[in-house]
Design a protein around this ligand. Structure first.
Ligand code: SAM
Length: 289
């Protein structure tokens, strides 16, 4: 089987299997060997690594991963792609194909069974329609994970890595930066995919921290505060939090916590750093003791 990452080899496989793209699955296959090489280099995988690939498509990147890693577990939702993958990956004995929805798979079990519970690496050209649930699901599952190197929509990569004071800053930035160090590794134009997406793409690497950069008494509570502040982005933080029914915080407690943090009562949530949200969370929890 020839390397797939060229337009002609991809077309040949698609024709052989009479495959039609499913828009609902976010199917945009990579057709640029240079980009594939760069993604694998950015992921830093070695022959020691067990790699989880989400959405292998026709197996284009899977071939590169199989060459460079010890083992690859590829989870693909579209059953029409499974016979194709068995064909395109027949030369490799270190690839396992799982026909499942990644949002339903027990990644923890995979890491335990395949890698003795040691940290796995995730590498994927993600289906863009479920980028956030996939990334947050991986972090929140507490699976032993070293890094996630993923192709995402350019704007989403920007949101993952910015800090306060920009329009892209939001709950996703804070959630990602609580768990991992984000680094945009490369930009990828629509011409590198078949069919071409309507948006630009970036490869971002999220290297998981051993321990989050801030300490909070209750991380779920901190994320509830963060979500409430950005749900009402144009409101002051005090109003955003006191209007959120699920939080049950009193206005005077938020004002006093902000005072202790030397922040004005008129500040908006979008101006707070992760450290400040963590401090606010801890102050509010102390008050409700
Ligand atoms: N890795 C291939 C490549 O780079 O050419 C394909 C990438 S394509 C952007 C996304 C892939 O994810 C598709 O093959 C699609 O069928 C698959 N996919 C979509 N939703 C999925 C889900 N919930 N679980 C697993 N795979 C999914």
């Amino acid at each position: 089987m020839a390397t797939l990452g060229t337009p002609s080899n991809t077309i040949e496989i698609l024709r052989k299997y009479n495959f039609s793209f499913q828009k609902k699955f976010g199917q945009n296959f990579l057709i640029d060997t240079h980009i594939l090489e760069k993604i694998v280099a950015a992921s830093g995988i070695t022959k020691e690594d067990c790699v989880l690939e989400i959405g292998p498509g026709i197996g284009t990147m899977t071939q590169y991963l199989a060459e460079n890693a010890r083992e690859v577990i590829a989870v693909e939702i579209d059953k029409a792609l499974i016979p194709i993958l068995h064909d395109t990956l027949s030369a490799y004995d270190n690839v396992t194909i799982i026909n499942e929805d990644i949002l339903k798979v027990d990644v923890n079990r995979i890491a335990k069974e395949r890698n003795n519970g040691n940290a796995i690496k995730v590498v994927a050209n993600l289906p863009y329609y479920i980028t956030t649930p996939i990334v947050m699901g991986l972090f929140e599952s507490n699976v032993s994970l070293e890094s996630i190197t993923i192709m995402v929509q350019k704007e989403v990569a920007d949101r993952m890595q910015v800090g306060p004071g920009t329009k892209d800053y939001g709950a996703l930035s804070l959630a990602v930066q609580y768990y991992a160090k984000p680094e945009v590794m490369l930009q990828v134009p629509p011409t590198c995919f078949m069919p071409r997406p309507n948006v630009g793409s970036s490869v971002i690497k999220l290297t998981r921290y051993d321990k989050p950069p801030v300490e909070v008494f209750d991380e779920n509570y901190m994320f509830s505060l963060i979500r409430a502040s950005f749900n009402q982005r144009r409101k002051t933080l005090v109003n955003g939090l006191t209007n959120a029914a699920n939080l049950k915080v009193r206005k005077e407690d938020v004002v006093r916590a902000l005072e202790e943090m030397d922040l004005p009562p008129t500040i908006r949530g979008e101006a707070l750093t992760l450290e400040q949200f963590a401090r606010l969370c801890n102050l509010l929890l102390k008050k409700s003791d």
